[in-house]
Design a binder for this molecule. Structure first.
Ligand code: NDP
Length: 452
């Protein structure tokens, strides 16, 4: 019999913690999980899932507009925010229940309280002390707002998911995933939207074409983008709206100012330092290739390690850790060719290397690109462009990166990701017969090498 209360004590009931706990329990480990807020973590409660539901809602504006060219007419549809909010909340509650039941069914002990680490094998939770052979820290991350005069008037995506009413105008700050997704959502739902970004091109770190082209499409849809701009201060007007002053002059008024300027790992007040767990400069927990921290018995995964902060990465890490600890199969994660989508309108998705990264890693690349109006828009009248790009390693002809902007880009790139994982060459893409008429077939018919 183990001399510990548990084989694994997991702190945090988000995607990675739940998966790690559940799979460990199915491998025969005695597991407890502590969660102080909601099961499912950011993804289920204030992230991927409600965001995608909001994004569906926002897409309808274009759909209603597009329908006219196909012969549909009728009174102009009206959007009712409280209905969307209530339906979204109901669905999230359902998912919270599913997560809890899954854990329960796997035999995981559920503790609904904050847990802190006392030492390498002891956790305190809800006033009780528990010993554990292994401790898993899966506490995720939290959105941050920089400090400036009036910053207390700004909200983050956390609050945007529960707004009592939609404002007439919104200012979204940032140029990453959350900023472009929420700007697209607000705009689609009929809110006058301004995106304020400190740089020259949104989606820094992605293939440059994606950022440039997404901004063009967002602007065409009515979003005002202020590049190389930043907010100096925010004050509250007598009518409750916000008066925003920009650096270098210029003012704007908005009902909501939302900051999407990054997220911070949740590592404060967890007892990590006292237990000897090494943190990086950004506050994230440092882990080795087997997700172990500087203390052998303490492990960490997901956003709290601030590496690739995506739900499917955290769940895969949870699986890998369960195998390593309780199945006798030391499992390393493979972080290459992880596909990702940005649910802006239009969607953007990508897998593998951007043109810039491929070049900086010393590849001589061939570039194939296509930009076109999707078949649907020949009748809808929309001038939305679909964009596709392949980055190919010239000597080996291996496809290093695939990038897309357009309807259902995430659905399409998911399939392409398998090809890249298998090391597909451009010739293999070319010998694949397309499905006609689709946008996706363009990926197997890109013939012309692009020269700048
Ligand atoms: P990101 O790191 O993606 O983007 C942050 C943005 O804010 C960048 O454009 C950055 O500018 C800007 N910024 C940072 N600090 C400041 C500042 N002080 N003042 C003004 N601008 C600033 O963070 P997000 O918050 O958008 O998302 C966090 C993470 O969550 C993502 O990286 C991703 O891993 C995950 N996520 C994934 C989603 C998906 O899979 N669809 C959806 C949402 C989030 P600069 O570029 O100049 O640094």
């Amino acid at each position: 019999m183990s001399r510990h209360d548990y084989d694994l004590f997991c702190i945090g009931g988000g995607s990675g913690g739940v998966r790690g706990s559940r799979i460990s329990a199915t491998y025969g480990a005695k597991v407890a999980i502590a969660e102080e807020k909601y099961f499912g973590g950011t993804c289920v409660n204030v992230g991927c899932i409600p965001k995608k539901l909001f994004s569906y809602a926002a897409h309808f504006r274009d759909e209603f507009h597009d329908a006219a060219g196909f012969g549909w007419s009728g009174p102009e549809p009206k959007f009712h925010w409280p209905t969307l909010l209530a339906n979204k909340n109901k669905e999230i509650e359902r998912l919270n229940g599913i997560y809890e039941r899954m854990l329960d069914k796997a035999g995981v002990a559920i503790l609904k309280a904050r847990a802190t680490i006392v030492d390498s094998n002891t956790v305190e939770c809800g006033g009780k002390s528990y010993s554990a052979k292994h401790i898993l820290v899966a506490t995720g991350s939290w959105p941050t707002i920089p400090t400036f005069p009036g910053c207390e008037h700004a909200i983050t995506s956390n609050e945007a998911f529960f707004l009592h009413a939609l404002p007439e105008a919104v200012i979204v700050v940032g140029g990453g995933y959350i900023a472009v997704e929420f700007a697209s959502i607000f705009n689609g739902l009929g809110v006058k939207t301004t995106l304020v970004y400190r740089g020259k091109r949104v989606l820094r770190g992605f293939d440059a074409d994606l950022g440039t082209r997404l901004a063009e499409e967002m602007q065409k849809k009515g979003i005002e983008i202020k590049f190389e701009s930043d907010i100096a201060s925010i004050a509250k007007n007598a009518d409750g709206t916000l008066a925003v002053t920009f650096f270098g002059g210029g003012q704007a008024r908005a009902g909501v100012v939302m900051y999407a300027t990054g997220r911070k790992p949740n590592t404060s007040n967890l007892g990590l330092e006292a237990a000897g767990v090494k943190l990086r400069e950004d506050g994230a927990i440092e882990v080795n290739e087997y997700l172990a921290t500087s203390v052998d018995s303490i492990h960490a995964l997901g956003d709290v390690t601030n590496r690739i902060n995506l739900t499917p990465v955290a769940t895969a890490e949870g699986m890998a850790l369960a195998r390593t600890l309780f199945r006798g199969e030391p499992t390393r994660m493979d972080y290459d060719n992880i596909a990702t989508a940005i649910f802006a309108i239009p969607n953007v998705a990508t897998v593998g290397l951007s043109e810039e990264l491929a070049q900086s890693r010393g590849h001589t690349v061939e570039i194939y690109k296509a930009s076109f109006r999707a078949l649907k828009h020949t009748l809808s009248g929309s001038d939305e462009k679909t964009f596709m790009k392949l980055v190919v390693d010239a000597p080996t002809q291996r496809v290093l990166g695939a990038h897309m902007m357009g309807a259902e880009a995430g659905e399409i790139i998911q399939g392409i990701a398998i090809a890249l994982k298998c090391g597909a060459t451009k010739a293999q893409f070319d010998s694949t017969i397309g499905i006609h008429p689709t946008a996706a077939e363009e990926f197997v018919t890109l013939r012309e090498k692009f020269t700048d």
